[in-house]
Ligand binder design. Sequence first.
Ligand SMILES: Nc1nc2c(c(=O)[nH]1)N(C=O)[C@@H](CNc1ccc(C(=O)N[C@@H](CCC(=O)O)C(=O)O)cc1)CN2
Ligand SMILES: Nc1ncnc2c1ncn2[C@@H]1O[C@H](COP(=O)(O)OP(=O)(O)OP(=O)(O)O)[C@@H](O)[C@H]1O
Length: 276
Amino acid sequence: MSVFCGRFDLLQVYSILARRSILRMPRLVLPVSEFRLQSCFASSLASHDIAMSCIIEQKKALRSRMRRELRLQYESLAHEEDPLIQKHVMDASWYKRSRHICAYISCHSIREVGTSQIISDIFNSVHTDHPKSLYVPWIQDKQSHLKFFHIGSSEDLIANSMGILEPIPANSDGSPRSDVMQMNESIDLILMPGLAFNHAGRRLGRGGGYYDCFVKEYLLHAAKMGWKSPLLVGLAYSTQILDEVIPTDTKDVPIDALVSSSGVLRFSNHPLLNVD
Ligand SMILES: Nc1nc2c(c(=O)[nH]1)N(C=O)[C@@H](CNc1ccc(C(=O)N[C@@H](CCC(=O)O)C(=O)O)cc1)CN2
Ligand SMILES: Nc1ncnc2c1ncn2[C@@H]1O[C@H](COP(=O)(O)OP(=O)(O)OP(=O)(O)O)[C@@H](O)[C@H]1O
């Protein structure tokens, strides 16, 4: 008689074994295509489903590890690295050339790389001959849907239930705030938060799927409009850049470049990375 009577039981058992380290995947996670199935499960479950549940478990474990490390080191990292990371961004030719920028409003309580200097620089640029416009994330729903609304000053922001500053969806006159998906022009640059990154341009987010979902939707929209793709740039503390493989699935969008306190790492041939 089989111990396992269905897909649900198998996933549960697998997950319990994985959590208790009885069935521990190697720390260096293999991509789905290279993943070796445990033979006892292979006959009962589609290999894709098992691989996906393993990847989800491995993402969870890596998120916990990164959160733990950030908890221990955040104060000194923020003090030492925030100014350098933001200076590398603001000195980069791809940033100087970008007109429409999506950026996150960094949040201390979740120990994110700071963006306040970049945000101020964008606000101040309206008085220069190379003005930039800023679009910041707003959680539309819990099904991974994010919108990016234009803001012109920090007064356009309000803290959400997680303490993250978000755009107030309406302007002060009650008119709807401008949404990147309704713009006549394309976004040039998206500055992305993350918990972990590696040297292959892979990124692990906080688990909401918001950025992956938005980037996918925006890339389809840009292609339809005949626009170039935005440059995707992650911001990372030194401890967040790993030498190991980051667990990913087909929905995870790779980034073009990563900025740390040591400078800019390039992963793609995006045209904006090749301008001086
Ligand atoms: N500044 C900022 N804004 C953002 C994001 C972000 O990562 N940073 N997001 C990116 O998607 C979206 C919001 N998604 C988020 C998802 C999780 C958490 C968060 O606080 N997670 C806690 C753990 C929560 C829990 O599991 O109990 C954490 O990571 O410590 C925050 C934002 C849109 N806005
Ligand atoms: N393009 C998408 N469309 C719909 N759901 C998605 C998309 N991308 C990811 N998701 C879903 O969101 C959930 C979390 O995904 P994942 O673990 O990759 O998030 P993350 O990369 O940590 O988050 P984020 O993208 O916000 O930084 C998963 O259930 C995943 O299937």
